[in-house]
Design a protein around this ligand. Structure first.
Ligand SMILES: NC(=O)c1ccc[n+]([C@@H]2O[C@H](COP(=O)([O-])OP(=O)(O)OC[C@H]3O[C@@H](n4cnc5c(N)ncnc54)[C@H](OP(=O)(O)O)[C@@H]3O)[C@@H](O)[C@H]2O)c1
Length: 332
């Protein structure tokens, strides 16, 4: 039902893993579905300034969640660096500038933990931004994400007082959950391991071998927790958001708050999938950085905590995989 008191919200990237979770969260919180605007990529090309301008000028949303981005793994980032920097810069610049022109008061930009220097102290604090060299493999993508933060900040600084512009940024840790990408060659570690343990169980494989030593420590957050954090941050009173941010240090980390080894993650996924074979490691393969953990204490201090324990979240992710991605079982 149309409630004129509910803000009109545009979720950019609503078919993606994070955007779809934000729409689910808004609806679950009672936000009327007819006060949420969405456009597919085919309907609205966000790198096209004129199209974005016409769309926002016509719809005039009150709030914008910027969850549209060109995302990919190491291989895609290495193969298409021009697309990763150009598309993301254009999407952000168009949405931030045209939101401002259309009178959008509130915007939430979603970045990524790759904005932080490769050698940032762990856990990574918001203040680590721009203190060192980035990981080279995804530097173009990270530069675009840093530009997104600085776009929001610059519009706040120039137009905050005069036009009521309040554009915020959140930096998620590694996410998993419904809507994840289970591509056999080009997926993140959680969906890749879900697929591998599922296939090993189905074929009766005696061993699943992990890439590297299994000792690197990583942090994982369920995408529904990320969506909850996004809505929470969007709706914080400005004075409260300002307690933990600065005009030129305005982003907030969103993490689970603790990490675990890749081996422990694999053992948890094996349990969830019901794989009872052995788990081996292949130390000849590179490990990557030994630890990557966000420091999310600023967001926690504002009153937000994750609510989905890892094993429970992984069970839901596996159910989603079985429903949408597993090959149908063939009769023997
Ligand atoms: N997934 C993670 O682990 C993770 C972790 C940290 C941060 N994040 C951040 O969260 C945000 C969303 O990520 P995600 O995992 O939800 O990605 P995703 O599943 O790939 O979704 C991105 C969405 O944006 C749309 N899109 C991309 N380029 C577009 C364009 N030029 N015009 C219109 N629509 C476009 C895509 O549509 P098409 O598919 O049709 O192109 C897709 O629906 C990103 O900023 C990402 O950096 C994600």
């Amino acid at each position: 039902m149309n409630n004129p008191k509910s803000p009109l919200i545009y979720v950019a990237g609503h078919r993606g893993m994070v955007g779809s979770a934000i729409v689910r969260r808004l609806v679950a919180q009672g936000h009327p579905a007819d006060r949420i605007i969405t456009r597919t990529h085919a309907e609205l090309e966000l790198t096209e300034q004129a199209a974005v301008r016409a769309f926002l000028a016509k719809e005039k949303p009150d709030q914008v969640y910027l969850a549209a981005a060109k995302v990919g793994g190491i291989h895609a980032n290495n193969s298409y660096p021009a697309e990763f920097i150009y598309d993301n810069l254009m999407v952000e610049a168009n949405l931030v500038h045209e939101s401002f022109r259309a009178g959008v008061g509130k915007l939430l930009f979603l970045g990524s933990s790759c904005i932080y220097p490769k050698l940032a102290a762990q856990p990574m604090n918001e203040d680590a931004l721009l203190t060192g060299k980035l990981e080279p493999t995804n530097e173009p993508y990270a530069i675009a994400k840093i530009a997104g933060i600085k776009l929001c900040e610059s519009y706040n600084r120039q137009y905050g007082a005069s036009h009521g512009v309040d554009y915020r940024s959140v930096m998620p840790t590694n996410l998993y959950g419904p809507g994840d990408n289970y591509h056999p060659q080009n997926s993140h570690v959680v969906p890749a391991l879900i697929r591998r343990f599922h296939e090993a169980k189905a074929s009766g494989a005696p061993t699943v071998t992990l890439w590297g030593t299994g000792t690197p420590l990583r942090e994982f957050l369920h995408v529904d927790d990320m969506a909850a954090a996004s809505v929470f941050v969007m709706n914080l009173p400005k004075a409260v958001y300002d307690q933990q941010t600065q005009p030129m240090q305005s982003h907030l980390n969103v993490g689970f708050g603790s990490d675990l080894s890749i081996r422990a993650l694999a053992e948890t996924i094996a349990r969830v999938v019901g794989y009872t074979g052995a788990i081996a490691v292949d130390p000849a393969q590179p490990d990557g950085t030994p630890r990557k953990l966000m420091d999310s204490r600023r967001l926690n201090a504002l009153g937000w905590q994750p609510s989905i324990p890892l094993e429970q979240g992984l069970a839901g992710a596996y159910a989603d995989f079985l429903q949408h991605h597993a090959a149908p079982a063939h009769p023997a």
